[in-house]
Write a protein that binds this ligand. Structure first.
Ligand code: BG6
Length: 502
């Protein structure tokens, strides 16, 4: 085991990294996110020996009785763990698991919680750092923070406590500022970890390594050599059973404001002086500050065929109001008004019920400045270089270059140089939540978003939402299984460019 915590988070992802003794307090432990992601993530971290010797998981839920929680955890971990389950390991983890049934809107729960933490620490033989993970609706973030503060478990607490929350962080800039104010009343900003699960994905982290650990890309990473950037977050799935949440959000609040803006910021940011949390987040915030949206399109899926199956339209999905005007597809053209990017647009799109699942960042380079080939057919066939960083489903990077096809004539063909994570690194990629929970336990905030980034992202999308509400940009239907509405095609075609094929 290393003696001190490694400082560089990108070098730190090795087995045995030091994590201080911790208690992971999971509010919403009986809910959906806990079942599908959080409990399996804790199991996998434990199974890989990444959790500290002195570790405890304390679940809190309002509806599930205490005697049911263990069985619930066994069932859900078995169902959702990416690596299957070893019964012995799970049984050993369960010895470190405790649960309180209680109403987190009532002070009594927090007195009980405090007593449980004190008793748990003495059973473990010393104080543990507390990580409060709120897997509950955002309207409870402020009140829970406040209640923790009132019982002395928040700002200035000994042992130290950290608050971990997940989007949505507000509904617009104003509500995001209000939410940030509420949670910072109870916890210092440096102790609030806002989770964006995209930042836990390997390729997203690799974007920084790609840019800043390789000499060949950064000199080209600017307006002189890059024609435009395209960021796509396409899903073949519909909204499933999440109408209650999704119909209030739509694609712009669900994906663009958070996940996509993080990808934009990481692609556009300046090199940080060091890889510590604040240096990276300072640069991301600075990049976001330079951005404004100069064009948009929106759509809603109608019934169609995806992957050979017939699927219903958005308006026929369970619990969607029949007159809903919520967009399930959004495309934005962004200008990054700074020295590096002026004149190089970023196009961003996100949609449900697209022909396939694909999340990627594509850097489209400018064409060669002079065409030395006299044959016009050859000259016309040359396509610009593309660098594509694939985030899912296949993680990797691919560079499209022109090559000469074999033969006596000069005929060019685009070919690809590919790097696929799965082929190069045989180790299975951990789930984003595993990485982020581990980072939270070891107190590393690099892969979490800061209040100012969240607010900048709302500043960018708020005017777009306002224009949509005024119907300045019509909501257009698109057939499920097609790559989005015609207006999105028109948005990019107006600049004589086209979206990557989906
Ligand atoms: C979530 C959104 O944040 O991200 C979902 O709320 C979306 O609507 C999901 O499906 C996509 O995540 P991933 O990791 O599957 O790309």
């Amino acid at each position: 085991m290393p003696e001190a915590e490694p400082e560089n988070p990108f070098a730190a992802d090795v087995p045995g990294v030091v994590v201080k003794p911790a208690t992971y307090v999971l509010f919403g432990a009986s809910g959906d996110l806990a079942a599908k992601k959080l409990l399996p993530a804790v199991y996998n971290l434990y199974a890989e020996g990444r959790l500290p010797e002195r570790f405890r998981l304390l679940g809190i839920g309002s509806s599930m009785p205490e005697h049911n929680f263990r069985d619930h955890m066994i069932n859900e971990v078995t169902r959702y763990s990416r690596s299957g389950v070893d019964e012995k390991i799970l049984a050993s983890l369960l010895e470190r698991v405790d649960y309180i049934q209680g109403d987190f809107t009532k002070p009594a729960l927090f007195d009980k919680l405090k007593k449980n933490l004190t008793a748990g620490d003495s059973a473990l033989g010393g104080p543990t750092r507390r990580l409060f993970y709120l897997a509950v609706a955002p309207r409870f973030f402020g009140p829970i923070g406040d209640s923790l503060h009132k019982v002395g478990l928040a700002r200035g607490a000994e042992p130290e406590s950290v608050l971990m929350i997940e989007k949505p962080f507000g509904h617009d800039l104003e509500s995001a500022i209000a939410l940030n104010d509420e949670v910072t009343d109870a916890f210092d900003e440096s102790h609030i970890l806002r989770l964006d699960h995209y930042l836990g994905k390997e390729t997203v982290q690799n974007l920084l390594v790609f840019r800043f650990a390789n000499g060949i890309f950064e000199p080209l990473w600017n307006r002189r050599y890059i024609d435009h950037v395209q960021i796509t977050a396409a899903e073949d799935l519909g909204i499933g059973t999440r109408a209650g949440y999704y119909d209030q959000s739509g694609a712009i609040r669900d994906i663009i404001q958070n996940h996509a803006m993080q990808l934009v910021a990481l692609t556009a940011m300046e090199p940080p002086a060091t890889f510590d949390a604040d240096s990276i987040r300072d640069e991301k915030e600075k990049a976001l500050k330079s951005i404004r949206c100069v064009g948009s399109a929106r759509g809603q899926y109608t019934a169609g065929d995806v992957d050979g199956s017939h699927v219903t339209g958005y308006l026929e999905e369970p619990n969607v109001p029949p007159t809903s005007t919520t967009e399930t597809y959004a495309a934005l053209k962004l200008e990054v008004n700074n020295w590096r990017w002026a004149g190089t647009p970023f196009y961003v799109r996100a949609g449900k019920r697209m022909p396939r699942r694909s999340t990627e960042i594509t850097i489209a380079f400018r064409p060669v400045p002079h065409m030395p080939f006299s044959d016009p057919k050859v000259a016309q066939s040359i396509r610009p270089n593309l660098l594509t960083l694939s985030i899912q489903p296949n993680e990797g990077a691919s560079l499209r270059i022109e090559a000469k096809a074999p033969g006596a004539e000069t005929q060019l063909r685009p070919v690809r140089m590919d790097f696929l994570y799965g082929e190069t690194f045989t180790r299975e990629t951990p789930e984003a939540y595993e990485r982020l929970i581990l980072d939270a336990l070891r107190g590393d905030a690099t892969l979490f978003t800061r209040a100012d980034e969240v607010e900048q992202a709302w500043r960018i999308v708020d005017p777009v939402i306002a224009a949509w509400e005024q119907n300045e940009v019509p909501l257009e239907p698109y057939v499920a299984g097609t790559p989005g509405p015609d207006s999105a095609e028109a948005l990019i075609r107006a600049d004589r460019r086209k979206w990557r094929r989906l």
